[in-house]
Ligand binder design. Sequence first.
Ligand code: CAA
Length: 379
Amino acid sequence: MFELSEDHKAIQESIRDFARNEILPGAPKRDKTKEFPTELVAAMGEMGLMGMFIPEQYGGADMDILSYVVALEEICYADAAVGVIMSVQNSLCQWPILAFGTEEQKLKYLPSLASGEKIGCYALTEPEAGSDAGAQKTKAVKNDDGSFTLNGTKMWITNGPQADVTVTYANLDPASLHKGVCAFILESSMDGYSVGKVEEKMGISASGTSELVYSNMNVPGENLLHKEREGFKVAMATLDGGRIGIAAQALGIAQRALDLSVQYANERKTFGKTISRHQAIQWKIADMRTRIEAARLLTWRAAAMKDAGQRASAECSMAKLYASEVANFCAYEAVQIFGGYGYSKEYEVERLYRDARITTLYEGTSEIQRLVIAKDTLR
Ligand code: CAA
């Protein structure tokens, strides 16, 4: 698949217009104030962007995953912080409910998430369970009435400060590592649930990131997602899709870095000509474009495989690994092309450089992606 269909191109164009007119202008201010973009999220909800691949019967836009990554790239081109809110809402919170939830759970939780009325998050990471996600210490105890009591702390949770609904993980038996993990759907109004430390981050400042603390939290049995002790598979399958979302985010950042570099290189003059006429700059532009196009093909292929119902763990990891490293490369080169100006907060490439940095870290570091790819290859 080398070209988007006419339908996908139409989605790309309409989201591009929205992102460049409504999101891009406010990005520098949001980066400074670190304010959560409540109004934009509401507008994105109305456009169907907060529940893109959720079927109509649960209030979603009923599109495919390829449409989602195409749209997400456009949103992240304008502001990667807004993009990650959309990505977590779609891939990490709603997808596992859609894929593993009961009919009652889907009807109860998806409509208000898909409309953007409620914010969702995914809480897997803990202080001692980041890359080693199976080492979940958050404890779940099953009570006689079928409910569960949860105790523990999650950290680095995107949308954590704002979330109304959380897909989380807790261990019935920490000694048996991933084999004791259960998935749950939590509501922020449940007793014992609280938002802990809110992080101050290097980039994607307008998205909230925090700890979530569960203190003797009673969770009804009907909020167990999928089967007891099968939660780790929910977590891993969810991350497959999440990783394509981060690949799309990285693509948006990389494409913006390239476009700004081209514009600047055609204006800025040194040694009597625009810097775009120096071979040193031409090679940078050529490398940026080539890598972006390769990353985009990997991302679209992974999305198309998910749409075809195929397991695509390695392909999702390849897309995320490559696109995130391309975003960092392109942001670095953009700052280099802008020279001293690129180091100034007055120029957008400075923000892109900071925003790009997270993409090789969250939803699995580059090292974890290589591990997933190697395991699949050597199997
Ligand atoms: N789909 C379904 N099942 C899967 C799976 C997948 N993609 N990957 C693994 N599994 C299953 C395996 O088949 C295995 O099942 P059995 O027990 O039946 O054999 C089980 O899960 C355990 O698999 P592994 O032996 O491969 O597990 P592991 O403990 O070695 O861990 C890992 C593998 C890839 C390192 C994993 O721990 C991992 O992905 N770590 C990184 C976690 C991560 O990305 N965290 C980011 C959190 S989200 C975030 O960033 C915050 C945010 O808000 C954006």
